[in-house]
Design a protein around this ligand. Structure first.
Ligand code: SF4
Length: 308
């Protein structure tokens, strides 16, 4: 895999043109979600450490910005859970000293029960946490958290964070057919959402390969229906339609297609072959799957992309 800390900018349905910053190595995470699109977590952790130092991030980020790129957002996320980087507060502050581009944190929200973590990310302009379950049993089934993370504590963390944070909270709910995509579960979500008070709710589903093969996508029609139940802040963000890629990005798309013309490739193959971050590759993959240019085939435990 590539060890780029900065990747993109990538076209994102939630964030426009987003410049990604990887705050933890692959795949340091407190969850092992069944739907994870960058691969399974071998061992979940809640240990916060300076996994990537602010100086390293700042120097790479500033070099990238000097090239004249103008992303809509700088997004702290990447190959795992960014709040596990104990330097995140310092990183946010240093970035904001250097640029006016808004900073976002893409988090699973699992550590917000910890007041220090809540304080650490308060300087971001937008925080995008996840809430994939409305009860303990579905939480354990979907997110497969570190044993020290309990459902009630995780949700309380989100509620407490809302009380102190004045920026935007855009909540993501990942829906899986036959698991959390039911009318009854939506009613339960609604109760939590009333307390969390997010500014937006984004519904997503499995439109590309996931860590486990038995993760079934919810139809676009059903997602639209769930939006109505969840209220006017809810919208579908799953890429059912082809995203219009910005000028210049077709070079990467062509490189991807050239690789796939030779043989079907996994995400790891494409990332290593093109020297691009997995998350960056996934944005192009989304667009090409939706545009019916490529398709996914599953062989045993692995997912391969191939030209149609
Ligand atoms: S989806 Fe996000 S939170 Fe879940 S295992 Fe993957 S990186 Fe971690």
């Amino acid at each position: 895999m590539t060890d780029n800390i900065i990747y993109g900018p990538v076209p994102s349905r939630r964030l426009g043109l987003s410049l990604g910053v990887d705050l933890v190595p692959y795949k340091v995470c407190s969850y092992n979600c069944v739907y994870c699109q960058i691969g399974p977590t071998k061992k979940t952790t809640i240990a916060r450490k300076p996994y990537v130092l602010p100086e390293k991030i700042l120097s790479q980020l500033l070099n990238r910005l000097k090239e004249g790129i103008t992303p809509d957002y700088i997004t702290l996320g990447g190959s795992g859970e960014p709040t596990l980087n104990s330097e995140i507060k310092h990183i946010i502050n240093r970035i904001k000293e250097q640029t006016d581009i808004p900073v976002t944190v893409l988090t699973n929200g699992s550590l917000l029960w910890d007041e220090t973590v809540r304080n650490d990310i308060c300087g971001a302009d937008v925080v995008l946490p996840s809430l994939d379950a409305a009860d303990k049993s579905v939480f354990n089934q979907i997110n497969r958290p570190h044993p020290d993370i309990v459902f009630e504590g995780m949700v309380d963390g989100l509620i407490e964070f809302r009380k102190m944070y004045t920026g935007q909270i855009w909540l993501e709910i990942f829906l899986i057919d036959g698991v959390n995509a039911t009318q009854a579960h939506m009613a339960s979500f609604r109760r939590w959402i009333d307390d969390i008070r997010p500014d937006k709710i984004h519904l997503n589903t499995a439109v590309r390969p996931t860590a486990e093969s038995a993760v079934n996508a919810v139809s676009h029609e059903k997602l639209q229906y769930f939006c109505e139940i969840l209220g006017d802040k809810a919208e579908v963000i799953a890429p059912f339609k082809r995203t219009n890629l910005k000028e210049g990005t077709n070079v990467i798309q062509n490189d991807l297609l050239n690789m796939l013309a030779r043989r079907p490739c996994t995400l790891e193959d494409l990332s290593a072959g093109l020297g691009l971050h997995k998350n960056e590759i996934l944005k192009y993959i989304d667009s090409m799957i939706a545009g019916k240019i490529i398709e996914v085939v599953r062989v045993g435990e692995k997912s391969f992309y191939q030209k149609r």
